[in-house]
Design a protein around this ligand. Sequence first.
Ligand SMILES: [Zn+2]
Ligand SMILES: [Zn+2]
Length: 751
Amino acid sequence: MSKGSGRILSILAIGLIFLLCIGSGVLIGVISAALKSMPALEDFEYRPIEATRIYDVNNKLISRLYIENRVWVPLSEIPKELQDAVIAVEDWKFRDHHGVDFMGIIRAALVDIREGKIVQGGSTITQQLAKNAFLTHERTWTRKLQELLYAIQLERTYTKDQILELYLNEVYFFPGQAVYGVEAASQGYFGKSVRYLNLPESALLGGILRNAYIYSPTQHPESAKTRRSVVLKRMALLGYISEDEAQSAMEAPLGVIEPRPSKQIAPYFVDYIRDYLVSKYGHETVYKGGLKVYTTLDLRLQNLANQILLSNLPDGGKDSKGLTQPQAAMVVLDTREGYIRAMVGGRGEDEFNRAVMSYRQPGSAFKPFVYTAALQAGYTPATILDDSPVEYVIPGQAEPWAPVNNDKKFRGPVTARQALEDSINVPSVKLLDQIGTSNAIKMAKSLGITSLVESGRLNDMNLSLVLGGLTRGVTPLEMATAYAVFANQGIKAEPVAILRVEDANGNVLERNTPKRQVALDEQTAYVVTDMLRGVITRGTGKSANIGRPAAGKTGTTTEYTNAWFVGFTPELVTCIWIGNDVQQKPMIYGGTRIGSGKAAAIWGAYMKEALKDMPVSEFPVPSGVVFSKICTESGMLAGESCPNTTTEVFVEGTEPRQLCYLHTRIQEVDVCAESGQLAGRYCPPDQVERRRYLASNGLRILHDGTIAQGQSIPRVTCQVHTWWTTDSHSARSQESLEPEDSSFSYEDNPN
Ligand SMILES: [Zn+2]
Ligand SMILES: [Zn+2]
């Protein structure tokens, strides 16, 4: 070894020692910090278990969260094969280590460092027990360290068999249903006690506990089977069983029974708040801590939702997971406070809550957001849009895009109201093109649509936005939240599910008040509401007519893959979605196509019942809104001769001021500006103006098309400029005192 390399080595050695000193200092610091925030060791004792109770808005019990039928089984009654299966896949060195597998931790730590966060478990059975039983499931370094320290303590206090017994009785098998321990799991999956499990059943149960969602034998039998094979192979590898035993066990059927139907009233809502509670208060507190959770749910409205939604859905048979299709979701919100009054996340009680987790194409139910943005940009319900063929060149696409209407017809000029009420696509696309997609997206976001995609290769910054062709889609809860803004005079209320949480001693842990903010001016909100009322009274949502003030919008996507109705009264906003879990599967059953008409009919049936005891209330008309009689063909102020007129609502200042030019008879008269009288032949030409008057009442129409009240058509010829007042009178004859007929002309312009 050369002198130089010796020097390098000693520098390296000094450096290493230095690093170790710093490292151990840091380690001591971290350990002492972890120790300080650790619960006391006395907490190792099992505390009395008390269920958490969930109440509705009238303090009626909805559900209890507790550890269902946990039956403690001593290790001696747990089959050896199950014990071996768990050890084989979870912690094969369990019998040898002292609670912590340091090599495993180093391996896991390397992965964690590479990923920049804690991803790998590297946990022994003892550590998992420590974590499940005593700590929350946060993934932080402090928690990880506490888990190690607890694990070492556990190993010093208990024997290996005691630890395994605790673990198997504590382990969390059914995350959704709060069932703990091997006995409860065995009863749940196989309908028999854990004592009677055979090898394939033991291997299945041992494999599931890593992830009860992914490996669920009832919901994902294929992955459960694969997992069981992994367990069996590993058991054979470790010598617990022979290769032959493993092979024949792999071929055995799963043998699981149908999951027991529970009699939950609001399973998806309970899941929804349970997930929140667990993330905030930890698993232990929620399942054993005896919390009282007061929610916004109204059991009457919830029961009604279950009953009306589920009894009106078509039966498309069961899918491969045993779930009836098509699926559906429903959200009912109090419009003022955003309180969730009812939530149905599907037809069964599965883990997938379609009311909040399912992102689907909204179709035309998205249109109101675009029309709202247009109203804010100065458009009105009376604005004339052009329903005629159009093509848009799409960058990167060979063919231009030519949007079509559902009935494949073009109507020519239509009012914005008609385009929205009848859900006409082409003028809606043109409207979006005029106001710009970024304005529409901005509006949708401020109303509460959070899932829009604004950048990236696939995004929502294009004209198909108005037809609800979204990159990601929207959830029923998002749609209900956004529509509630219209019903709530422009105020957006965040959805609230929990009013108050109390601990077992009645101390208030949290209290929620409505989170409200202005998202839209109340005038625009009113005008949109009024247009959406027309959808129900005249347009595509007639099946949702409930005989009281209500507004809403339909949405059906291509090939009947999604059917929506989102609607509201002054009291409640309700969103209904129907669709297959397989997104592209059309809903055509026995020749019947399921579209938004079905959703609208269910909405109507529900709202009628839900509101039957509430007095009928009107949408309040805010100040700053005006009503004008307009011509529906021109969108302008109605004249006497307009064939089709209607009283339209406007944000003050946007109402039309010009008289319908299509149907109004106008009289044009030459007037002397100086006298305001009929121009005579002696008026100087630069004083003579051609003025326009309404034929019906003789009022003057100004240049901007507005009517000048008090300026009537003159009847007398100018008395300022006469033959005797002009210098040139000698050139004129006295006969010309009469007005000239030629100065009158009728402009009759029917269309
Ligand atoms: Zn007209
Ligand atoms: Zn004159």
